[in-house]
Design a protein around this ligand. Structure first.
Ligand SMILES: [Zn+2]
Length: 206
């Protein structure tokens, strides 16, 4: 728990530094409102909106770094750029699945190479993932493949967005937290009427 807290504090420091840092020196004309964090977020929004590939984004960063007055703080590649904003993103768990799709490769199926129901192979036929520039190799999501197959592409992947992360964010804001607790703390309970889902006996048992 302490390690998680320490990591959280370090991540927060990285975000905080990026929020204070300008893209290049203010004395050389960088507008005050253009913090490095804002610049990174604006660029990543464009990347997602127009589906720029990681390599095209790397080239854009290189060009910006050449163009802007030096010293500037443009990051070297997509991986480094995303790392700065990673504390602000919601976590996603990528779970391999059978291509047909019968099972998820988790729990007792986690280490299997083919589906126990239909026999389909877990990785896509022979395809291998390209190593991302600056990213650690192999990526963690494929660590359940054997060592020599760590860069093999799974036939199907399910993205699981854990609701707990979202709930934590909501409860971190006192105003939202109050609204989230309203149904329990503040709603008027009437024994005769069903005025809220939580009044139902079945919901009360959950
Ligand atoms: Zn299957």
């Amino acid at each position: 728990k302490i390690r998680v807290l320490q990591k959280g504090t370090e991540n927060l420091k990285t975000v905080n530094n990026a929020a204070k840092k300008s893209v290049y020196e203010k004395s050389k004309g960088c507008p005050t409102h253009w913090s490095l964090l804002r610049f990174i977020l604006e660029l990543l929004i464009l990347k997602a909106k127009y589906r720029w590939s990681d390599s095209s984004f790397n080239d854009l960063l290189k060009l910006l770094s050449w163009l802007l007055p030096k010293p500037n703080f443009i990051l070297a590649n997509t991986y480094q750029t995303k790392k700065v904003v990673s504390p602000l993103t919601l976590g996603v768990e990528r779970i391999h699945a059978c291509r047909n799709p019968c099972i998820l490769y988790r729990g007792k199926y986690k280490k299997l190479d083919k589906c126990p129901t239909c026999g389909a192979s877990r990785p896509s036929n022979g395809k291998k993932r390209k190593k991302k520039k600056g990213a650690p190799d192999p990526s963690e999501e494929d660590s359940c493949f054997g060592d020599e197959n760590k860069r093999r592409i799974p036939a199907l992947v399910m993205w699981y967005l854990n609701p707990i992360d979202r709930l934590r964010r909501i409860f971190a804001n006192p105003a939202f937290a109050k609204l989230m607790r309203w149904w329990y703390c503040e709603r008027t309970k009437d024994e005769e009427r069903l005025s809220h889902l939580a009044d139902a006996t079945l919901v009360a048992k959950i």
